[in-house]
Design a protein around this ligand. Sequence first.
Ligand SMILES: [Zn+2]
Length: 297
Amino acid sequence: MKVLSLVALVAALITVQSSILQAVENKGVDWRARSSVADRDRYSDSDTDEELNFGREIAARLLGQYKMSGNEKLQKYVNLVGTTLTQNCSRPELVFHFIVVDSSEINAYSTPGGYVFITTAILAKMENEAELAGVLAHEIAHVSERHIVKELSLKGAEKSAVSSIAALIGGASETVGIAFSQAVDKAVDLILRDGYKKEDEMQADGGAVMLCALSGYDPSGLVTFLDKVGKIKSDVGKTYPVYDVRLATLQRAMSDEGIAGLKLALNTERFVTAMKIPERSVNPLDLIRNVIPGGTP
Ligand SMILES: [Zn+2]
């Protein structure tokens, strides 16, 4: 009798869980359609190819400034979590790469086309896989929404040939080469120094929690982590009111999307185990060659 009740309980829980996931997936279909429709007419396939070339150049530049971690197992683990999230990305044509870099900065950043970097210092502040998923999903959203491409006006709605990514990168003239190099410089400055517009950060937060929920991760991971980072930054004497605004906006977005209060996977144990992976060091240059063909760090 007890066994039967247990079976019934488990079956009931599975039914509840799958109906939650089904409800989330239904929202996801709507969400993916919404996020891709605005850009569909604005960017061509060749723009996407050039977006990738542009991003690869920026990634190579970033790897000249940050040392890629030689911990191969950690790289694989972070890639696994990241790749799980990208299954639900609104731009399936992109192939993402996730790269752990040794740095004492609490940071994560991404380039157009799909290179996502995450520092060992930010990983050390996380408590579970849902927080890691939240941070990676935030970067994935910056990429899928083409925030850098739009910020640098690499292609305007007017479809000016001069400003299009393809013209910028594909052209052979010296002027085009200089413009490309300047665009890479600007993108690196935006990523490492200037930061994104507040609206872009909020859009990336909103996209991130949807990606997490659709992938089975508890969307509260990003919320708890942003809260934590906001406190850490204010503890070191700097005020970051932007975190309060972002958190409030994020909570509102989660309610609007119907994903607030969802109890999905945190995967604390798996995360803690992964962070304790004994370091098997490999030459970071070999890892870089795997992800960035021809990349010269
Ligand atoms: Zn961001």
